[in-house]
Design a protein. Sequence first.
Length: 290
Amino acid sequence: MQAFDYVAPASVQEAVAVLAKHGAAARVLAGGTDLIIQAREGRRDVAVMVDVKGIAELTSITHGGDGSLRIGAATSCAKIYGDAQIAKRFPALIDSASLIGGIQIQSRASLGGNLCNSGPAGDSIPTLIVLGATCEITGPGGSRSVPVEQFCTAPGRNVLQNGEMLVALSFPAPAGKSGAAFERFIPRNEMDIAVANAATSVTLSADGSRFESARIAIGAVAPTPLFVPAAAAALAGQPVSPETIAKASEAAQAAASPITDMRGSIDQRRHLVGVLVKRTINTAVARARG
Ligand SMILES: Cc1cc2nc3c(=O)[nH]c(=O)nc-3n(C[C@H](O)[C@H](O)[C@H](O)COP(=O)(O)OP(=O)(O)OC[C@H]3O[C@@H](n4cnc5c(N)ncnc54)[C@H](O)[C@@H]3O)c2cc1C
């Protein structure tokens, strides 16, 4: 392991000051389940680790009176799936948080770390996108908000500028008669990187027979997790039927630009997008109907 300095700031402002001072040589340390491995393997040079887990705001879950949700960027997956209100109102978040790694990883790994690692296959990112989550970012110049679908810019890259950090993820209150779901395909039961993944959120008409609106996102099939408005548009205003759902899944397949690598081929990945999008639509519909 390379030698590095360790800093544990007590506030966001302190963390930002350290990040701004050291520039690219400093990295935020959340759970460390990506960062420590990358540093040990020499894939990332880190001179200063800025451990943000001691900042209360970074590890808190806040349920707004209006039904909204705010999750500190370094909150562990285990804390998220242990929250009864999240389980009840945002089950798609539990889908993602409960399959990132195994129990040990989940007790450290955060959604903020998953997003800031910005891997094309990050298992929380499609879910964050379809739930309409916003990134709360603070840096030397102040704070700004970025929709999650605009956060990742290339494999391992994102919109964070020098000195900036992700403070929290904010979620709007789920609409009435809405539901969301996430699924992925891996060749074994756990502890693997997705060959493809997908998430869907839907809002249905009052009688549950028609799609009013939807959001669909897919992962591991493009350089970044992909928000696919064309797939959602295939659902909006249409009856809930296998035909409608097939059209949405075809639109998602058309948006994918997968590669062949050791985990899967282009054809397999495109096929999986179709399967996973259909499945997540069906689960989202079932959850919306209650
Ligand atoms: C055995 C194993 C299994 C895994 N399985 C999965 C899996 O199934 N699915 C999956 O998607 N991933 C998996 N991962 C990868 C990893 O666990 C996840 O990506 C995890 O969510 C990362 O969160 P973390 O808190 O550990 O991030 P860290 O490792 O602490 O950070 C990751 C990156 O994000 C940056 N960062 C973290 N927080 C912030 C912040 N608040 N502001 C700015 N930058 C920040 C760090 O500097 C670093 O570059 C696995 C890893 C291991 C070791």
